[in-house]
Write a protein that binds this ligand. Structure first.
Ligand SMILES: O=C(O)C(=O)C[C@@H](O)[C@H](O)[C@H](O)COP(=O)(O)O
Length: 381
């Protein structure tokens, strides 16, 4: 089905062109205020079931409801607690039971209105409800707009690790309203920026160079923000099209994540470390490992760190407050990583900025050494 024609000049569309399941990512300012018109062509009946969190509901649910009311679309909504702790069995069960209670039917759409936690959980609830109902992503954070709302990775965390329970379930539509990013706290905006930088680091050196100039302006410059979100989504859409279920190339999107997921587990999925902050620290560590393995020059990790620092982001383990376990314990936490094969860890390493690759044979002594040095630097800091 096609999205309605643009009324706003600055709405861009990136298509995830999966055969038989193609869907548009609509990117522009003011899309929540016209969500009813955007979603209507995808509905079998004029009713949607919104999963959101309490914070996002306070900011955007009324605008979303009004946009739907203008198109005669009834809205049922459930607001879950905000935060990573929501992404587990208890709130998933609550969401699914609520959808059943509200009589969400197989041809209805679940709407995920929120950041990555809500998008992942609502997408997974949609994947398992009545063996699969459709869903729409309305991402309200930078991280969700450039990354988690696109590509169909849905799921929840296990006490044993991040995102260990889930399904690939593609959305029918993504509505990324770049105006709502203006209401984000600086820390949340920067956490999302970690995923933006990741695209440059993994496969586009020119984009990284552009970000070195434009990054500091993104929070205040809507056009630059639109460009960054669109470019990130275009890169992700291409990778997902070529490798939807992560048999190869898609693992590049996991740059920094093996470190990040272990650090998130070590910090108890608390606000000591937001996911996007962990991605930034993880990318810096991945480049450090790459340099020490002789894959790239030492200037590359230094340049990565310099840009993250210039943005005011967490860059090193020393920037994470509270205690951290030792290097061996961090490696142990990585053992649950979904990229593990035959018990061997897989890392995403780089031959330079924009030249990442999947390494099944990373030297674990080098990884351990990088972690030990980074932990020792914390003690000195
Ligand atoms: O879409 C992907 O593929 C990614 O790996 C994107 C990641 O940035 C994202 O955090 C993803 O949810 C992590 O996936 P996981 O499979 O490592 O849990």
């Amino acid at each position: 089905m096609n999205a309605p024609p643009d009324t706003a000049a600055d709405v861009r569309t990136v298509t995830v062109d999966l055969p038989g399941r193609a869907y548009p990512i609509r990117i522009g300012a003011g899309l929540i205020a016209r969500a009813g018109a955007e979603i209507a062509p995808f509905l079998a009946r004029r009713r949607v079931f919104v999963l959101t969190d309490e914070t996002v509901a306070g900011h955007h649910l009324e605008t979303f409801r009004a946009a739907c009311a203008a198109e005669d679309i009834a809205v049922e909504a459930l607001a879950l607690p905000a935060g990573e702790a929501t992404k587990g069995w208890p709130q998933l069960q609550r969401a699914v039971e609520w959808l059943l209670e509200a009589r969400a039917e197989r041809r209805d759409l679940v709407v995920a209105l929120g950041g990555g936690v809500i998008g992942d959980l609502a997408g997974f609830a949609a994947a398992i409800l009545r063996r699969g109902v459709g869903f729409v992503q309305v991402p309200t954070t930078l991280l969700a707009q450039v990354d988690s709302s696109v590509g169909g990775k849905t799921g929840i965390n296990s006490p044993r690790g991040k995102n260990l329970i889930g399904a690939f379930h593609q959305p029918r539509l993504v509505l990324a309203d770049v105006a709502v990013l203006e209401t984000l706290a600086a820390r949340d905006f920067l956490a999302g920026y970690g995923e933006v930088v990741k695209y440059g680091l993994l496969g586009d050196a020119d984009f990284f160079a552009w970000l070195e100039q434009a990054g500091p302006t993104l929070a205040g410059d809507r056009d630059a923000r639109l460009r960054a979100v669109e470019h990130s989504c275009r890169m992700k859409a291409g990778i997902v099209l070529r490798d939807e279920t992560e048999q190869g190339e898609r693992a590049l999107l996991n740059l920094g994540h093996t470190f990040c997921h272990a650090l998130e587990a070590a910090t108890g999925y608390s606000d000591r470390l937001l996911h996007g902050e962990g991605v930034a620290v993880g990318c810096a560590l991945a480049f450090e490992v790459s340099a020490r393995m002789g894959l790239c020059s030492q200037e590359e990790p230094s340049r990565v760190r310099a840009h993250l620092r210039a943005m005011g982001m967490k860059t090193d383990l020393a920037d994470i407050p509270g205690d951290l376990p030792d290097a061996d314990a961090l490696l142990e936490l990585m053992a649950q990583d979904k990229k593990v094969q035959d018990g061997r860890l897989t890392f995403i390493l780089a031959r330079g900025i924009g030249r990442a690759f999947v390494a099944g044979d990373a030297d674990l002594d080098v990884v351990r050494g990088v972690l030990r040095d980074a932990l020792a630097q914390r003690k000195r800091a």
